[in-house]
Ligand binder design. Structure first.
Ligand SMILES: Nc1ncnc2c1ncn2[C@@H]1O[C@H](COP(=O)(O)OP(=O)(O)OP(=O)(O)O)[C@@H](O)[C@H]1O
Ligand SMILES: [Mg+2]
Length: 332
């Protein structure tokens, strides 16, 4: 069965097609993303501009995704679209487009949680068999979930303040490395000394599994004002951010007895982060190429998992939601 996935939660118009095979395995047939540039001059995403751009682009991105997959719209067996969390106006575009398609084609619709999509992005590489831990490190989240069974998420830790990706973006901006900050920091870090700026690992010694990046951001600003080279700042910041994410996640995995860890979201594209996680001795799974940051294929992968688990159509009557906790075992 071919499943179409749509994500318009923020400033990327993403459409992808995955194939759910009779043996339950999945393969990504296509993944097309239009990354909006219209926000470049505003220092952040302008919600109304994002919605308008999704409206203008979604048909073309959909056409490209079908062409890349080599399928026609009539061959689709189900449609999945993100219903939240995200910018409501932006979400509505993809959600209504997906619902319209499902009704026109008379195929099931699956409303999908954006973070579940980020986690299922790793299903492009290996089957996700609970129980496992999932660390979502993106522009808006640094959330560690214990996935006890398929579709059951317990939040075991999260950031107290900034998300990891947000901190990469802000440190890049304050040191003049440009936008998007994650890739800019990673590039500059290759030329810098990770020991040049003596950042402290946040929340060292905590018993829980929380994260914090705002103190690091302030320390980076002070180091910048004191004349640290941007490359050294980038290397030192990346090193301490990676250390914090790895240490806390590994401690949680050991305490909870989990030996598989999914690391997903935009920051999971970071090479230093990947290398550090791969040295932990845990079985660590990352999304495939192009599936770390927002995209439609990850939503199709989550939809395919729901179909495989026998979940029928759901969310056809749902609206778009800005705030939508994923954890259903304990409060998020
Ligand atoms: N190579 C990299 N190293 C570090 N960070 C990166 C890298 N590539 C991208 N990022 C960061 O990933 C973030 C974007 O990821 P993503 O698209 O998953 O987030 P988002 O969708 O904006 O947030 P959320 O999913 O939480 O709503 C940005 O903050 C960006 O700086
Ligand atoms: Mg995202």
């Amino acid at each position: 069965m071919l499943v179409l996935g749509i994500d318009t939660s923020c400033d990327d118009t993403g459409v992808g097609v995955v194939e759910l095979h009779p043996d339950g395995s999945v393969s990504v047939r296509s993944n097309r993303v239009w990354s909006q540039t219209v926000h470049a001059n505003y220092g952040g995403v302008m919600p109304e501009l994002a919605s308008r751009e999704h409206v203008e682009r979604i048909d073309a991105v959909m056409g490209d995704a079908l062409a890349e997959a080599g399928v026609s719209v009539e061959q689709l067996g189900a449609v999945a679209a993100t219903s939240g969390p995200g910018l409501v106006g932006a979400l509505l575009v993809g959600l209504m487009y997906g619902k319209g398609l499902s009704q026109g084609l008379k195929i099931p619709f699956h409303a999908t949680h954006h973070l579940e999509g980020h986690i299922y992005a790793a299903a492009s590489e290996a089957e996700l068999q609970p129980p496992y831990l999932a660390l979502v490190v993106s522009g808006g989240h640094t959330h560690l979930f214990d996935v006890r069974a398929e579709g059951q998420y317990e939040l075991v830790g999260a950031t107290r303040d900034d998300a990891a990706g947000e901190a990469f973006d802000k440190v890049a901006r304050l040191s003049g490395l440009g936008y998007p900050g994650g890739p800019a920091i990673a590039e500059a870090a290759k030329l810098g000394d990770p020991k040049a700026v003596p950042f402290k690992v946040p929340l060292a010694g905590q018993k829980g599994y929380e994260f914090s990046f705002s103190g690091l951001k302030t320390a980076a600003l002070l180091a910048h004002r004191a004349g640290a080279k941007p490359e050294d700042l980038a290397a030192s910041f990346q090193a301490v951010a990676v250390k914090s994410l790895v240490k806390t996640s590994v401690r949680a995995a050991n305490d909870l007895g989990r030996n598989t860890l999914v690391v997903s979201g935009g920051v999971a594209a970071n090479q230093a982060l990947r290398e550090a996680f791969l040295q932990t001795g845990l079985r660590v799974l990352f999304p495939g190429k192009g599936l770390n940051t927002d995209n439609g294929a990850m939503i199709a992968l989550a939809g395919a998992a729901a179909i495989r688990a026998g979940r029928g159509e759901h969310g056809l009557g749902d609206g778009a939601t800005a705030y939508a906790p994923l954890a259903n075992v304990e409060g998020d």
